[in-house]
Design a protein around this ligand. Structure first.
Ligand SMILES: [Zn+2]
Ligand SMILES: [Zn+2]
Length: 277
């Protein structure tokens, strides 16, 4: 079982209109990989039509039913229910309504949008990266990210340094961007994910970079490893390289979630180091 000891909690479904693999296929793959648990975290619905990459409000029951169906068919695999929540202004009453719509195991706090509607990870906005100093984009993004952490709505944070996706990164030591958010994680007791999707993007690097992970470890911030899978073959991708990196910076535990409760488990051994692949 190549991925026993691991969970993958950041997994999308075709309801977001840019992913393949329905929950049942994902769950079958999770069993084949030997994952201990699988968690779904599709992009949260909004009260009315908002963009073209999330489920509609009317589709939420289908999302919930598709996961219930898999739980019933594959009782041997614990399946956690979550959402990847976009941190946007003026959503509090909607979030309250959403919160009571299901028994969520976790909500992931996520910043894709900056205040002016700019989506930091959408290729549609690539020209912004060419025209604007990455220093400015990163400054705005990290301020927003810290605000998202401090909002108190979320259980863990998604892909910390997402604006590096296309390879536009400010000059110099990037820790100046990380520090505020790491302090916010400490102050609020939140965890963050190492998201392996970055390995599949132009930046060819985990989200977040090792420099963030090392600072977070030093500050005692709990961590998860997630794939952000938008296709069955992406489930659990890059986990072996990630566990090695986490071990090198000194992490010995990962965290899991059940009904919003955080549980610590030992960091699995790196099978690569043991030569077992
Ligand atoms: Zn995301
Ligand atoms: Zn995602």
């Amino acid at each position: 079982m190549p991925l026993s000891g691991f969970t993958d909690y950041h997994v999308h479904t075709p309801l977001c209109r840019h992913a393949q693999g329905w929950p049942l296929e994902m769950a079958q793959k999770a069993l084949a990989l030997g994952l201990d648990e699988l968690g779904f975290a599709d992009h949260n619905p909004m009260p009315s039509l908002f963009d073209d990459w999330r489920m509609l409000r009317e589709e939420l029951p289908q999302y919930l039913a598709s996961i219930e169906d898999v739980r019933a068919r594959l009782p041997q695999l614990p399946i956690r229910l979550g959402l990847e929540m976009d941190y946007l202004d003026g959503c509090q009453s909607w979030w309250e309504e959403l919160r009571s719509a299901a028994s969520w195991d976790f909500w992931i706090g996520s910043v894709h949008y900056l205040g002016d509607g700019f989506e930091v990870d959408n290729p549609k906005y690539l020209s912004r990266y060419r025209d604007q100093d990455p220093e400015e984009i990163w400054t705005a993004y990290w301020a927003r990210y810290e605000e998202c952490i401090r909002s108190g709505w979320f259980d863990f944070m998604a892909h910390p340094d997402l604006p590096k996706k296309f390879g536009f990164v400010p000059k110099g030591d990037l820790r100046r961007f990380y520090e505020g958010s790491i302090q916010a994680l400490v102050d609020t007791g939140l965890a963050y994910e190492v998201n392996t999707a970055g390995l599949r993007k132009d930046c060819r690097e985990l989200y977040p970079a090792r420099g963030f992970v090392a600072l977070a470890k030093e500050a005692g911030v709990p961590v998860l490893i997630n794939s952000d899978a938008h296709a069955v073959e992406e489930l659990g991708a890059g986990f072996e390289a990630t566990v090695e990196m986490l071990r090198e910076v000194g992490y010995t535990e990962l965290v899991r979630f059940e009904a919003g409760r955080r549980i610590s488990v030992p960091l699995p051994a790196s099978r690569r180091a043991e030569g077992a692949e």
